[in-house]
Ligand binder design. Sequence first.
Ligand SMILES: *Cc1c(COP(=O)(O)O)cnc(C)c1O
Length: 231
Amino acid sequence: MALIEKIPENLRRIRQQIGAWAEEYGRQPDTVALLAVSKTHPAEAVLAAHRAGQRAFGESYLQEALDKIRSLAGYELEWHYIGRIQSNKTRDIAHHFSWVHSVDRLKIAQRLSQQRDPDAQALNICLEINISEQASKAGIAPQDAAELARTVSQLPNLRLRGLMALPAPYPDFRQQRQAFGQLRALRDRLNRELGLDMDTLSMGMSNDMEAAIAEGATIVRIGTAIFGPRE
Ligand SMILES: *Cc1c(COP(=O)(O)O)cnc(C)c1O
């Protein structure tokens, strides 16, 4: 319980940091949204954050997420799926989430499009880019992103919002900025060349949030700094 009691204070500190860094890098503080990554943390932790004014939550493990979503159904929460996606799990993702940050294959996007309720709001989609081009990592290679973006942007019941990346964990601030800058440049180029209007850069976690904000992050995905370390 000790950690849950710290959540409101952690959230205040992070919001204040986001605001300060936004200003430092010449941005409006309200252009950087905070996604609270609650994976592995219990529903009570989500509720504590919600009571402290947090609305958007990120989850990576589907079964765990569905349990929390069901048990918190009475609250006005916005759920973002940020984990790996198996194709036999897309139906639950399409039904229970508002955003998916981790689309990196056309097949997954097609299934989400087919399975999203046409009467619901379009499912917001970010394409996950393997920006550091690490062999073992999720995400589509930057050079293949244009083809995927073009196709996904035309699928019904989806709205292509932008790009997401989880770069290699560079300790050095300059390297962190470089990776995030590459993601921003890719988003800008795809918008230009394909005539898209992607407005979202989902980048930055507890350890590299400043660099991400400096390079234009519009959603930072923060877990540890809000909820404490994961088991
Ligand atoms: C777990 C996770 C985060 C949060 O990371 P922290 O270091 O705990 O802030 C952000 N994005 C993704 C994709 C994650 O899986």
